[in-house]
Ligand binder design. Structure first.
Ligand code: IPE
Ligand code: IPE
Ligand code: MG
Length: 260
């Protein structure tokens, strides 16, 4: 028994840092990332949190490229939660400015690389100028057939479920839907990610072991991977390591691997 455990642990610690060593037939189609630790990254270096967030944007730039190269189809990144408004106004303002700058600076390259940008979350609560920029980016890249990049801004998993429940309740009240028609599938059609598969792999950087209200419905059977690296330090090698670890796992979805 211990031998078995030992070899399994060994296997889980096995790391690769070259995408060519990954099994091309088992690349997670949808990876979601909780990009955490910008503040800690800055603090460690005696820098203001602002610079941590700026470095975080750089990391995202690299990871979008790496994900495309590896063959990931959908990348969902958590950029700002419905709870992040609790932060000082100056930090919130800076983050909003960074989203805007990210779009200004990256849109051409993302578009040229076939990336389709989408935003998920309560974007209607953001500044109108930012909303406009987001809508333009979505429109411009809407027909691209490469990586789908979902950016979660003012996103909360609970808020998303509330929105779905309200939409469904309206339909029931209007007699357009029967109570019996409320199913996993019909709820899914009211989520921001209605046309996408659930994330296969959820990554959180910076060592905290929680979801912080990210994709609560969609992550029911996602594989989770945590790293102590702060988000600004997260590179293609880390992504490859996460995928390599994912490829060692057995996903059972509540069933059995070898039903007799
Ligand atoms: C993630 O980094 C960015 C956002 C949540 C917007 P943090 O700002 O949460 O960094 P830490 O967790 O304080 O280190
Ligand atoms: C989660 O990180 C949100 C984002 C990465 C955008 P937080 O830093 O907000 O999460 P908590 O507060 O540590 O749970
Ligand atoms: Mg944090």
């Amino acid at each position: 028994m211990w031998r078995k455990l030992f070899s399994r642990n060994n296997k889980l610690n096995y790391t690769v840092n070259d995408a060519n060593q990954l099994d091309p037939d088992n690349i997670p189609a949808h990876i979601a990332i909780i990009m955490d630790g910008n503040g800690r990254w800055a603090k460690k270096r005696g820098l203001p949190r602002t610079l941590g967030h700026r470095a975080g944007v750089e990391a995202l730039r690299g990871i979008v490229k790496a994900a495309t190269k590896i063959g990931v189809q959908i990348l969902t990144v958590y950029a700002f939660s419905t709870e992040n408004w609790k932060r000082p106004a100056s930090e919130v303002d800076l983050l909003m400015q960074l989203f805007s700058e990210y779009l200004d600076n990256e849109i051409d390259e993302l578009d040229n690389n076939g990336v389709q940008i989408r935003f998920i979350g309560k974007t209607d609560e953001l500044a109108e100028t930012l909303q406009k920029k987001m809508a333009e980016a979505e429109q411009r890249t809407g027909c691209n057939i490469g990586l789908i990049l979902n950016i979660a801004v003012n996103y909360g998993g609970r808020a998303e479920v509330i929105r779905a429940v309200r939409d469904i309740a309206q339909q029931v009240l209007a007699k357009k839907m029967l109570i019996e028609e409320i199913t996993e599938q019909s709820i899914k059609t009211h989520l921001y990610t209605c046309d996408l598969p659930d994330p296969d792999l959820v990554i959180r950087t910076s060592g905290d072991l929680r979801l912080s209200n990210f994709l609560l419905w969609q992550s029911a059977y996602s594989e989770l991977w945590f790293t102590d690296s702060n988000w600004p330090d997260f590179r293609a090698e880390h992504l490859i390591q996460a995928i390599a670890n994912y490829q060692l796992r057995e996903r059972r979805f509540g069933g059995l691997k070898n039903p007799k």
